[in-house]
Design a protein. Sequence first.
Length: 370
Amino acid sequence: MKSYIWTLPTRIFHWMLVLYVALAFLSSEWEWLLDFHAAVGYGIAILLLFRLVWGFMGPRYSRFADWPLSKRETLEFLRDFLHPKREYAGHNPAASWVMLGILLLTLFTVFSGVLAYGVQEGKGVFAWLNGTLFRNMELFEELHELSSTLLLVLIAAHLGGVAMDTLLHKKSGTLRSIITGYKRIEATPAALNFVQKLLAAVLLSTAVALPLYTLFFDTPLTQSRYSPVEFEKEHAHFVEECASCHTLYPPQLLPKRSWKKLMANLADHFGDDASLDEEERASIERYLLANSAESSTKEAAHYISRSLGETKENIIAISDSPYWIEKHASIDKAVFQSPEVKSKSNCKACHQRFEEGLIEDHLIAMPKGS
């Protein structure tokens, strides 16, 4: 006998969560996909909201009240696993505990991810925290990565449980039920009322629409707290003297000690004589020191400054900093010698809007000919 256990919204939620979690893990491998990763995360957040509501207002077997989470039932289930004395139409005790863990860990992973996105990147709903907590950005990133790893462990446990159940209890058709909705078991069938159908339609549609809207439109969910810097308005001499010969480097990309060393020897400026009269030189130096890495909450400024803090010499070329070298280590040297890039110092060749002080992952574009 077959009984209808998992209604369509429950099954759609399950497979959407599988898809979104897979996309989140895959997109986490590439920094230029960070905004896509965040958009998927927001989609997962809506799915979790749906599952929370569904757990209280959903149909039979999907409600949290139907999950057998008592200590007695759990111990009995584990003791009699090979020869069960009772059939569970919905989740069995072990599956209930694993599902609860997955939902809670996924929630924490999303929350820690949104926090890291705001603190580290200055983007999204927590972008305002970047101004005060950016020096602790690694903490939020590490929490996010830890919870993601633990989530993978629970997902593996879930898959292992399904595999064992399929091998040992083939008749119930547990694996097939999450596709068809039916189990080979005698039980009261699940049914949906109008309110449940409406609720599922609204929340599941939102879980699809929100990531797409976030990807294609400028929204507070991925918006950066940083605006383009009009350096010419801030200090015309800085732009006039520095951008006339080379790329205009935003002051936040070097610490004060590096700027002091650079400005103290303009007569030998990377092999050229860039000497200025003392008043103009002092004015530019004051501007550079006032806007150096120490005064910035941008990610690149923080990491460059920290990497230079680990060296004894005062490096004046950004491309000589340990952080720059590490970030560009995977790029073929031929790219820097290509006609489109020409040298390591030509940052604006790949970093769009570099000369406006914006150094963000989604603004990186490798030249086509390189």
